[in-house]
Design a protein around this ligand. Structure first.
Ligand code: DQQ
Length: 528
């Protein structure tokens, strides 16, 4: 399997969660869970810097296990800027008795924009699991925010064993070194299991700009995201942070459990955002893990990539979900471009898009919907993922499936289909977005789960849009301007390099028009 061309990927071995992203003295920093000796698990903090979030320079490991409080592993954590010149990192250490404790490092030389060396402070561990907290479910400190009382706050992910309730434990500190646990968590939710990598941040009610993590105000909403260990997917709610009592209350606009909203409905986990004070945006990093077998990972010598960093903001209309879009810097890798208009896709058609290198491409397409009559009734008992999995791209409805076939062999035997289907679900008109991996590879020992979600869509519009980033084994899809995102891993045998093809298709009854299609060959980014 070829390595990726423009996704963040270390030269070899295992990588998982993105850690401690920040912008400092002109450089973006990304740390990551890395296993330097093998492809199977992550324990040190890898470190790379970039001027543009796309091209990276690798640096020495930032944090490695060395003392009793982290000797079994330096796990995930976050960076906070205490002031412009004062970055600090909190991370979870697995100590010599396998307990999870929270630790802190500071730069040896804050004047070094690369922040190459990090020093463990003498007071470590700064937070230990006490008073009934299970030391094996106590990890992943967030970026801190400052309250009006001048005290710092962080959240640590936790599970309360007896009821299997997920919790965001809240800690508070004056000096960032001595921390006290607040009696009540910032938030908790019943029977959700361990909350890994919590993330808590404010979002602006209007526009796409991000806010500093400490921002509060009457118009400002907050987001709480958790990575659920039970499902290995990530869920978030939009709500209100009641600062007087330090509690977060989700708006009742989506479920606060594993039926809730997800950043991504495919492979995307252990994510973290940061406020980019250089361009005033909030950026999301997330880990895309493999779908192949451990044996294949060992054979190829690497496992795990980072998704393209995404700008993330509150949907200004509904104010109840987030929108994500690849950072604009990615566009610097766009090369040769093709543009087409008004391609009519009759029911049953497959039309090749020639002129781009289909294994490494960025495609944006708008589909004009036909008249929405005699729509299929989607099974009301099935959720979006289950509906997408029913025959996948091979299903046939009145409107759809229509979309793109990426990383597809000439004979169509290998294909990954990203598509829409319009129908009635529980009496409402809905657009389903799916990523169907069932025919993505002739190989059998890979996970070919089909992913899907409904897309928020206002039916007074005529066009639905899709953007897909294809990078050899990665297919990152953004529906309707980033309202629904689905990331997949695929490992074609035939559809590789020059033998990969790109098609538009429509398996539905009604014709659909691809009103605009733009595709760019993508170049190679400097890998860390
Ligand atoms: N990965 C880290 C943990 C975190 C998990 C360890 C999530 O800190 O909970 O590599 O993927």
């Amino acid at each position: 399997m070829e390595r990726t061309a423009y996704h963040f990927q270390p030269p070899k071995n295992w990588m998982n969660d993105p850690n401690g992203p920040l912008f400092y003295k002109g450089l973006y920093h990304l740390f990551y869970q890395y296993k330097s000796q093998a492809v199977v698990w992550g324990k040190v903090w890898g470190h790379a810097v970039s001027k543009d979030l796309i091209n990276w320079k690798s640096l020495d490991f930032a944090i490695i296990p060395s003392e009793r409080y982290d000797i079994k592993g330096c796990w995930s954590g976050s960076a906070t800027l205490l002031s412009r010149e004062k970055p600090v990192i909190l991370y979870t250490g697995q100590d010599n008795s396998s307990r999870q404790v929270q630790n802190m490092v500071v730069p040896k030389d804050p004047s070094d924009p690369d922040l190459r060396e990090w020093v463990k402070i003498p007071e470590i561990p700064i937070i230990v699991p006490e008073n009934g907290i299970n030391g094996s479910s106590f990890r992943d400190p967030t970026t801190a925010w400052l309250g009006k009382d001048g005290k710092w706050r962080i959240v640590v992910g936790n599970k309360e064993d007896r009821h299997h309730n997920g919790k965001a434990l809240l800690y508070i500190s004056k000096d960032f070194v001595h921390w006290t646990k607040k009696k009540n968590p910032l938030h908790s939710s019943k029977k959700t299991g361990m909350w890994e990598c919590p993330d808590f941040y404010p979002v602006a009610p209007l526009g796409k700009l991000g806010l500093d993590t400490s921002a509060t105000g009457p118009e400002i909403k907050h987001v709480l995201k958790v990575s659920l260990d039970d499902t290995r997917f990530e869920y978030y709610t939009v709500g209100t942070y009641i600062t007087d009592i330090d509690r977060y209350v989700p708006d009742n606009t989506s479920a606060d459990n594993k039926n809730g909203l997800r950043y991504d409905y495919g492979k995307f986990y252990g994510s973290k955002t940061f406020f980019d004070n250089h361009k005033n945006r909030r950026i999301l990093w997330g880990w895309i893990n493999e779908s192949d077998s451990v044996q294949d990972d060992i054979a190829k010598g690497w496992s795990g990539v980072q998704a393209i960093p995404r700008a993330i903001w509150l949907d200004n209309v509904s104010k109840s979900q987030l929108i994500q879009w690849p950072v604009s810097e990615l566009e610097s890798l766009r090369g040769n471009k093709i543009y087409k208009e008004n391609i009519i896709l009759k029911g049953g058609s497959v039309i090749e898009i020639e002129g781009v290198k289909a294994a490494q491409v960025d495609v944006e397409v708008s589909f004009e919907l036909p008249s929405l009559i005699d729509l299929e009734k989607m099974d009301a008992n099935l959720d979006a993922q289950q509906l997408c999995s029913q025959d996948g791209a091979a299903s046939k409805a009145m409107v759809g499936p229509f979309g793109l076939l990426v990383l597809t062999s000439e004979d169509l035997a290998e294909q990954t289909a990203i598509f829409f289907r319009v129908g009635l679900h529980q009496h409402n008109m809905k657009i389903l977005m799916c990523s169907d991996q069932s025919r993505s590879s002739l190989k059998t020992n890979v996970d070919k789960t089909t992913y899907g979600s409904f897309v928020t869509f206002s039916f007074n519009k005529k066009d639905v849009s899709l953007r897909v980033l294809v990078d050899h084994s990665i297919v990152e899809s953004f529906g309707e301007g980033g309202k629904t995102c689905i990331t997949a891993r695929v490992y074609p045998n035939l559809a590789i390099g020059e033998d990969a093809h790109l098609y538009l298709f429509n398996n539905g009854v009604s014709s659909v028009t691809a009103s605009k299609l733009t595709a760019w060959d993508m170049g190679y980014a400097h890998q860390p």
